[in-house]
Design a protein around this ligand. Sequence first.
Ligand SMILES: [Cu+2]
Length: 343
Amino acid sequence: MTFLILATIVLFVLAGIRVMSIAALSAELRNNRKDDVITDAENRSQGNMWVIFMIAFFAFCAWQLYAYGDKILPEAASAHGPAIDNLFYTTLALITVVFILTHIVLVYQTYKHAGKNGKRATYFAHSNKLELIWTVIPAVVLTGLIAYGLTVWNDVIYPGDKKASVIELYSKQFDWTARYAGKDNTLGRSDFRTIGEGNDLGLIEDSKSDDDVIVKGEFHLVKGEPVQFKFRSRDVIHSAFMPHFRAQMNCVPGMETNFEFTPTITTKEMREKLNNPKFNYVLMCNKICGAAHYNMQMDIIVESKEEHNKWLAEQKTWAQTKAVATQTASVIEQTNTTATSDK
Ligand SMILES: [Cu+2]
């Protein structure tokens, strides 16, 4: 079907080109043209065609907005989300007005001042007045927009909520690991030199890391409770992008970055709102970080406090994981010893 539509468009364009060359040939035969002088009628029709093109172009833009407008942003599911959305829509409204006005002026000029034999264009090399207008107006408007943007950004990035629970998001080519800070709400320290079998995040053994909970595949958040994310990267620069929560932060090797937000809509509520039982919030990588970048994601479940506590209790702490690993290792060793002594 797509191929047929494309083929039809191509054939129409080709037919148009043939019709134009036939018209040119017949005009030449009638010999009503002095060399290559363009007639007033031709200039007039070009001016009119610009107006038709502008109307069709605006209609196309309006149709796009109507057909795909709901795909611009999904509903914000974090406390600071509406502030970001207002900033986005203010900018969008402003550039839409500028877009429409400049196009009307552009097309009006080509229509009004279409070429005419004997008419000459005015020439001037410099105009202080014009320079001033197109420098001062954008400068004032952009200053306002940037001041507004910085205010919103400061509110979003420095909420200063001391109650926020701490979660680390650890990135590497090509997956995410979440680490909950546990009962003391303090993450244990880490060092890349300790990365190895059973210690993917390079944790250092101390009392603070013992109650940390490490999860893969999906991580859970509580509705209405602030959470402070700390981002780390093992290899290259990744970017933690959680679109529904209007949150994005780079994960940079060798340093720790932060982002804090409060989820406001549970996964269950969002599924009902969207009428999509399969919907999940998602954490994605938003930095082209290598071959499997497209697949670097993790599901996010937002739930009530009770559901969250139940889920968290089912997860193993770092101390438990270590104990199991040590046990397995000693069982293997024992089996090997027994097998050797049997011989
Ligand atoms: Cu990545």
